[in-house]
Each structure stands twice: as C-alpha cells, then as structure tokens.
Design a binder for this molecule. Sequence first.
Ligand code: NAP
Length: 268
Amino acid sequence: MKFAVQSRNDPQSNELMERAIGYLTDFGLELDEEKPDIVLSIGGDGTLLHAFHRYTHMLSEVAFVGIHTGHLGFYADWQPNDIEKLVISIAKGEYRISEYPLLEVTVNYRDSEESFTYLALNESTVKSSEVTLVMDVVLNGRRFERFRGDGLCVSTPSGSTAYNKALGGAILHPSLEALQLTEMASINNRVFRTVGSSLVLPSHHHCLLKPVKAEDFMVTVDHVQLLHKNVKSIEYRVAKEKVRFARYKAFPFWQRVHDSFIDSDLKD
Ligand code: NAP
C-alpha cells in the first residue's frame, strides 16, 4: 500500500508527519506523493481541504484520513496521541470507506466558449467584486428569484457545518446527496424579495446563478478564492465524484457534530 502525508506545516504537525512516515515505512508501506492509496492529513480542516484539492484528479483511487492538530478538526478522526494506533490500523489495512458527496461548480464566460469546472469539499461562495451582489437564481431552468445582498453560499452536506452553518444554514447528513444554497445578508423589503431560507436541492436538480448587471465576481471553492471576469453564469450541481474517507474506527457524523459544536466530552 502507498501513502502520502499532508502537514499543516507547524512544528507539531511536522513532527507527527516524520513519525508517521517512519512508522509506516517500517511496516513496509511505500511513501508515494504521486499515486497514494491513503492520504494522511495532519493539521486542521484547512489541511484536509488542501490535501483534497491536491488529489482531486484521482478521487476514486485515494482515501483520506485526518489527524487533528488544528483548531476544530471536523474531518479528522484521530488525535496526535493515537498516532501509533492509527499507523498499526493503516498497516493492517483494516478500514471501511465512507463516501461523502461533493459539489460541482462550473463558471461560464460571456466572451468565451471555455468554461471552468471545480470540485468543492465544503462549499463555493459568490460575492460581487465591488457592489451588492445581484444575481438571478435559476432552479432547473426556471427563474426562482432575483437575489440582492452580500453573496450566496452553496455547500456540500459535509461542508454544511462550515461557512454555511455560520450563515444560519442547516446541517445536512452526508448520506444525503444534496447541495444547500444559503443567503448572505439578502436585501428584503417592500421592493426586493428573496425566499430568505436555505434551499436544499437533491442530486437530480441544479442551480444556475446569472449575473444581472455586473460581470466580475469573487468565487471561492473551499479555501481558494478567484476573481472571475465576464461571467455569464455559474452552475452548481451535486458532483458525480465523491470524496472517500478511510475509517479505522466508528465516529458517527452526529457525534462529530456534537464534539465540534456542543462539547468534546460526551456525557451520558
Ligand atoms: P480558516 O479561516 O482557517 O478556517 C475556518 C474554520 O472553518 C476553521 O476553524 C476550520 O477548522 C473550519 N472548518 C473547515 N471546514 C469545516 C467543516 N467542514 N466543518 C466545520 N468546520 C470546518 O480557512 P481555511 O482553513 O482556508 O478553510 C476554508 C474554509 O473556511 C471554507 O471552506 C469555509 O467553510 C470556512 N469559512 C468559514 C467562515 C465562517 O464560518 N464565517 C468564513 C469564511 C470561510 P480547522 O480549525 O480544523 O482548520
């Protein structure tokens, strides 16, 4: 089995990375950054997002596992003290794969036939580069509303606990193949109206955002932020691809949510 390691690059994560590489190679596993079977992310969720984007071209072949040295570590199953246990489990190859849905983001341009497609593990957001964001929200080909406000956030189920949660969106279990569209400070009064609630779309639906006047937008895909010029539309759908996590022990999603947002010590 081949493995790669993504570190947050702080002293603790780098020390753990050196130990993990040493132990795993002692067990006969091969360090291969190009074609790993397992990617060990040592850091926080930000580190896992970097690892994910590094291997988006081979998601069906690779499985991720996180060791938590970040602040929250929503995606990480393991604490630094458990590194020996984790290494032995990896060496034994006894793991279960847990697959989570992803978001496909396609940006189309006015002046070109070319479009760019990205995959998001957490979410994609759209904001205007200067003024209030004004965009038509089109669901399955029908205009649903004209949005005016700070921006829009489209999240995956596992990303629903990240930016989406801060915006008041719902937390979705990742067994639901869905995307969630959440508003950022919409303008709502007698003149302008939006639905105001987050919308959860199933995998056979899609959402198109069409600029009304402005053409330049800040679009994020997870931690990556890019200015897109002359935008004709931005299309969101549940991706065909999924992210795979290697699970060496049970850590149910709702426990993960509890430990991240309520209290890290479960009391009965
Ligand atoms: P960052 O500012 O370092 O991270 C933001 C925080 O979000 C960190 O505490 C991170 O946990 C946590 N986080 C990431 N994914 C999560 C998930 N799926 N569930 C729960 N918490 C999660 O930025 P970054 O490291 O570059 O990460 C980019 C992410 O930041 C974006 O995908 C977006 O979701 C999030 N973000 C959140 C807000 C907000 O909440 N208002 C605003 C902008 C961006 P760790 O400490 O373990 O890394």
